[in-house]
Design a protein around this ligand. Sequence first.
Ligand SMILES: Nc1ncnc2c1ncn2[C@@H]1O[C@H](COP(=O)(O)OP(=O)(O)OP(=O)(O)O)[C@@H](O)[C@H]1O
Ligand SMILES: [Mg+2]
Length: 279
Amino acid sequence: MAVPRVRTYVPGLDEILYGGIPERSIVLLSGGPGTGKSILGKQFLFNGLKRGEAGAFVALEEHPVAVRRSFRHFGWDVSQYEREGKFAIVDAFTGGVGTGQREKYVVKQVDDVHELSDVLRQAIRDIGARRVVVDSVSTLYLTKPAMARGTIMTLKRVIAGLGCTAFFISQVSVGERGFGGPGVEHAVDGIIRLDLDEVDGKLYRSIIVWKMRDTRHSMVRHPMEIKDAGIEIYWDKYIRLTGTSVKIDDLPKEDVEAMKKAVQEVEERPAKRIEEVEE
Ligand SMILES: Nc1ncnc2c1ncn2[C@@H]1O[C@H](COP(=O)(O)OP(=O)(O)OP(=O)(O)O)[C@@H](O)[C@H]1O
Ligand SMILES: [Mg+2]
C-alpha cells in the first residue's frame, strides 16, 4: 500500500527517498560540523511554507535572530509566514534572558524536555504545523547521555502525535561513525547522514540514507553541494571515497528510472494523509 509522503522538495532528496519522507516520521539528520544539517532543515521547512504547509523551528543552538538571518542568507524570508502565523521559532536558546524583543515561544529551562514539549505542542497547535525541525537534539542530552532515548521519545510522541513530520538534527564529531548513540538511532524512524571528507586537500560533501521505515530508499552515497540557493543532491550519481581517492559515477539506469517514477507517482497520486490526531 502506498504510504502518504511528505515531499521535501530539496533537489534530489525526494528521489533518493523514492518519493519523500513517510508522513509522521521522525528523521535523524546526522553529521559532523559544517556538513549542512541546519541548512537542510531550514530548506525542508521553507519549501513547506512556500506550498502552504506551516512549520516550526526549535532553536537550541542559535539565537532566534541568527536563525532568521541564516534563513535569509539563502533567500528564504520567513518573516511573512511568521506574521501570517504559519511559521514559528521556539526559542530554547536564550532561556528568555537578554535584551531585545522577546520571542512568542520561549522555553525557560532549556534542558527541561517537558517544558520544551509543552511549548512546542502549543506552537504546533497555534500555527497548524506539519513540519518541525529541532536543531539540535544533541544539545538536549549532551551532559546526560542516559537521558537521550527518553528525550527523543518524549519529543517524538508530541510531534508525531500531532501529525507532523520532523527532522531531528544530531551532531557527531569529525570521524565518528555513528549517528548520535544507540538510544537515539533506534528510536527514530529514519536516519540521513551528511558527510564532509577531505581527500587530497579537498573537501567533498555527500549524503546517504541509512534507514527510513516504511519505504525503500537509495542504498548508495550521493554527492551533494551547498549553493547560494541551498542544498542540491546529485541523486543520479554515486560517490566512492576511499580516503585517498574519489570516484563519482552515474547510477545504473534502472535505479534512476525507478526513483524518477516513484517521485512522479507521488506527484500525480499523493496517498491520502492520516487525519486522526492523537493528542
Ligand atoms: N552560500 C553558500 N554557498 C556555499 N556553501 C555555503 C554557503 N553558505 C554556507 N555554506 C556552507 O555551509 C556550511 C554550514 O552548514 P550548516 O550550518 O548547515 O552546518 P551544520 O551541519 O549545521 O554544522 P554544525 O553542526 O556546526 O551546526 C558552511 O560551513 C559552509 O561550508
Ligand atoms: Mg547546525
